[in-house]
Design a protein around this ligand. Structure first.
Ligand code: MTE
Length: 317
C-alpha cells in the first residue's frame, strides 16, 4: 500500500493551547533555574517527560499549535503499520535507549554517537514548524532539537560528500510493520531511507529533533531522534534514525523505490505540482474543517527558494 489521502478526521481537535501554555510557563521557570541558554541538557528522560529547551523566536509562527493529542495519535510511521492509529497503539515496542547514531561516509571525522552524547554536545532549542503531509493534511508542532548543520560541521564532510542519507532502525522485533505479513503490506522496503542534498541538509531550518511540546519525543513521532525538514513533504523527515551517511550519489529513498512516479527525491511542498493521484493545491490543518491554500515550500519560500534557483521544480518534484 502506498501513501493514501487521509480521510478527514473528526476527533476533538481544538488547539490545546492552554495545556501548552501552562507547560511552557513551567518549562520557562525550570529553564531559568536550571539552564543557561548554551548549556546542553543532561541525559534525556523517557518519552513524555519534560525536556527543557529555550524557544528560538526566529522560528515562531502565528498559527496556533496543533493539539498535542492529535500530534501523538494521528501518525504516519509505517514500521508500526499503515493506519494512522497504529503508531500510538504499538509504539511501546520501540526501545529508544540505548541508541546510537552512526555518522560516516565521506567525512573527515566519522563517529558513532550515543544519543545521550548528542544531547550533551548540542544545545537544544524549541522551534515551531508547519508540517505538511503529502496526503493533504498539515499540523503546527513545537519541536525540540538542534540544527542538523551543527552535527554536519562537527564531522567535517569532504569534497566528495554531495548528499546525506538517513536510515531508520531495522528491527522487526521492535517494529511490527517490518515483519512480513499480508495484513501489513506497506509497499516500502526496509529500512526506511531518506536523503537530502548536502546544501539542503546544511540549511538552518533542517532540525535534528528529540522532543516536541516541551517533552521527550514520543516513540510514535520518531524517538529518540528524527529529522524535521519543514519545507518538504512530511515523508522526507525520517524517524528513529540510526545512521547518517555522506555520499557522492543521490540516495534512493524508500518512497522513491516504492513508487518513483509519485514520490521524487526533492519532494518540496509545491501547490503548483500535483501528486499524480490528487491535487496539492490545498490542505486541511488538523483541528480545522476548512481547507486552506498550500504555500510554496510550505511557507518557507523566502528562506529556501534560493536552494533551487534555476531548477525546473516540475521535473525535480
Ligand atoms: N519515518 C519512518 N521511518 N517511517 C515512516 O513511515 N512517515 C513519514 C515521516 N517519517 C515515516 C517516517 C511521513 S509520511 C510523515 S507525514 C511524517 O513522518 C509524520 O510525522 P509525525 O507522525 O511526527 O507527524
Amino acid at each position: 500500500m502506498l501513501i493514501r489521502r487521509a480521510p478527514d478526521i473528526t476527533s476533538s481537535e481544538i488547539t490545546d493551547e492552554k495545556l501548552y501554555l501552562n507547560r511552557r510557563s513551567f518549562l520557562i521557570g525550570a529553564a531559568a533555574l536550571a539552564l543557561v541558554p548554551s548549556e546542553p541538557v543532561a541525559a534525556a528522560p523517557p518519552a513524555g517527560q519534560p525536556l527543557p529547551a529555550k524557544r528560538n523566536p526566529a522560528f515562531a509562527l502565528e498559527d496556533p499549535p496543533t493539539k498535542l493529542e492529535s500530534v501523538t495519535t494521528y501518525n504516519n510511521f509505517y514500521e508500526f503499520g499503515v493506519n494512522k492509529e497504529d503508531p500510538a497503539r504499538l509504539a511501546h515496542t520501540l526501545r529508544p535507549r540505548p541508541w546510537t547514531v552512526e555518522v560516516g561516509g565521506h567525512v573527515a571525522r566519522p563517529k558513532t554517537y550515543d544519543i545521550d552524547e548528542l544531547l550533551r554536545l548540542f544545545p537544544l532549542e524549541e522551534r515551531v514548524y508547519r508540517l505538511r503531509c503529502v496526503e493533504g493534511w498539515s499540523m503546527v508542532i513545537p519541536w525540540i532539537g538542534f540544527p542538523l548543520a551543527a552535527l554536519i560541521k562537527r564531522v567535517e564532510p569532504t569534497s566528495q560528500a554531495k548528499f546525506v542519507e538517513f536510515t531508520t532502525l531495522l528491527d522487526p522485533e521492535q517494529f511490527p510493520g517490518q515483519r512480513k505479513s499480508l495484513f501489513n503490506f506497506s509497499g516500502l522496503e526496509w529500512p526506511y531511507v531518506e536523503g537530502l542534498r548536502l546544501d539542503e541538509a546544511l540549511h538552518p531550518l533542517a532540525l535534528l529533533t528529540v522532543g516536541l511540546y516541551g517533552q521527550v519525543l514520543p516513540n510514535q513521532n520518531g524517538a529518540p531522534v528524527r529529522v524535521v525538514v519543514p519545507w518538504k513533504y512530511g515523508f522526507k523527515s525520517a524517524k528513529s534514525i540510526v545512521r547518517i551517511r555522506f555520499v557522492s550519489d543521490r540516495p534512493r529513498t524508500a518512497w522513491e523505490k516504492a513508487q518513483p512516479s509519485e514520490y521524487g527525491f526533492y519532494s518540496n511542498v509545491n501547490p503548483a505540482v500535483d501528486h499524480p493521484r490528487w491535487s496539492q493545491a490545498t490542505e486541511r490543518r488538523i483541528g480545522e474543517f476548512r481547507r486552506r491554500p498550500t504555500l510554496p515550500f510550505n511557507g518557507y519560500a523566502d528562506q529556501v527558494a534560493p536552494l533551487y534557483t534555476g531548477m525546473d521544480l516540475k521535473k525535480y518534484y
